[in-house]
Design a binder for this molecule. Sequence first.
Ligand code: FAD
Length: 221
Amino acid sequence: MTSWNEIPYDIQQVISNTAIAPGAYILKFKKNNPFIAGQVLALGVTKDIEPRYYSIVSVENDELISILYTERVEGKLTPTLSLLKPGDNIMVSKPFETFTQVKPSPVFSVAGMGIVPFMSMLLSGKAKGATLIHGAHYPKYFYYSNILTNTLGVNYIRCCSRCQPGCLFVGRVTDFVKQWNDLDVNRPYYLCGSAEMVVETRDILISRGVPVSNINSELYF
Ligand SMILES: Cc1cc2nc3c(=O)[nH]c(=O)nc-3n(C[C@H](O)[C@H](O)[C@H](O)COP(=O)(O)OP(=O)(O)OC[C@H]3O[C@@H](n4cnc5c(N)ncnc54)[C@H](O)[C@@H]3O)c2cc1C
């Protein structure tokens, strides 16, 4: 893993750090550099913990940068992040990465925090004609579901792995993609989440006839 001695960074002050669901927080700080929806940055609190990467959830023309993160109880950084208060110092790199070139009519297949780059793209006016397939364990973890329902309508598909049968698809994203009647092999696919989810979804898409060149991915590790 990269160390803080290898990447340039600024010291920023936390503006807010708000819990939005059990164990999930939105951290805000001033935007010092422009970014493109879909980019990530490295974040930290001391040099002792290696940089961790977070996708930016803000809209491109926002004056603040917002990060959506979940606390990993056994993790090195996120338990400390969750305690940050307004005015505390954080270490922030410039935005980077390239999960940003989205073709028309994309299909996003994401799990958990993999929703973040899509939100930034959607709210920045990109990802036109998108379908979103979002996986989470429980309904409370479908962040931004009101906005997504209003914006995407039937093209917002929630796959809830630990729900009772009801209005949501019961199962994982991969279960949904396996049996999706409207799967269109000509659309571009964007996969974001854990390596396990991304690899399994990619394999299902290929087995259903989607060319590898239509599949793009970003791994959260
Ligand atoms: C491109 C990219 C974008 C990302 N975007 C986001 C985002 O928008 N939001 C978000 O929440 N996260 C995102 N992540 C993940 C994020 O970078 C961190 O990995 C995450 O927040 C956990 O950090 P942590 O230091 O708290 O946990 P870590 O210390 O990294 O630990 C993570 C988990 O691994 C376990 N673990 C640690 N060490 C070991 C070990 N030796 N053996 C076994 N298990 C171990 C811990 O118990 C913990 O559950 C992204 C990652 C990448 C690569």
